[in-house]
Design a protein. Sequence first.
Length: 230
Amino acid sequence: MTTHPFDWPTWGRIDATELAAKLRAKDVTVSEVMHQFSDAVSIQNPRLNSVIEVFDDVLDDPTSSGANPDATFYGVPILIKDMGSKIEGRDQQIGLGFKAPDLATEDDPLIKNFRAAGFIVCGRTTVPEDGMTFITHSIPQGDTHSPFNLEHTPGGSSGGSSASVAGGITPICSASDGAGSIRFPAAWMGLVGLKATRGMNPLPQGLNESILAGAVEGLGPHYDHRTPPY
């Protein structure tokens, strides 16, 4: 049986800032965090259906992730909403069953910011079709469920991200908001969701992109690593 550095209740409530502090203090290793994250996906995703894809190559070798090993958040796993900023070498479906595979040729600026801050980009979270509803359902992925009641939705369109944080898969996920797509899921899942001021984050796809986290402390340091306004 795999031994994890945290019991599951602790893993489910730890925020990105606290986890980063434990990594810097060497109370836990990046490899241990990646293994616990992977097992959290294996346990929770069959219930929640919030994670489309985990990047197994990154979990096997976190040094290949492009994350800055000297940065504040080095070793903290982050999942990326499958809409908006693209990840180099990875597909993006935006919830559409008819969309042909579309591997990005480079990271969009926000992904570069996450890597510069030390986050390990580990996978993609579910969205409704084209991000157009406040529930998270799509033909290719089906329904994403609230960890508090599997018959309820975690909101949308950042529902995969909100369910993943509230369900204890990872302490932080990316999200985006054009008309409430961060704010609704955050409210419904009891999370901290910040719709950033326009221009605070680089927005190549034209939406306000930011993060969902379990605690306010997980939000502020993220902005220390942003690029200048776009």
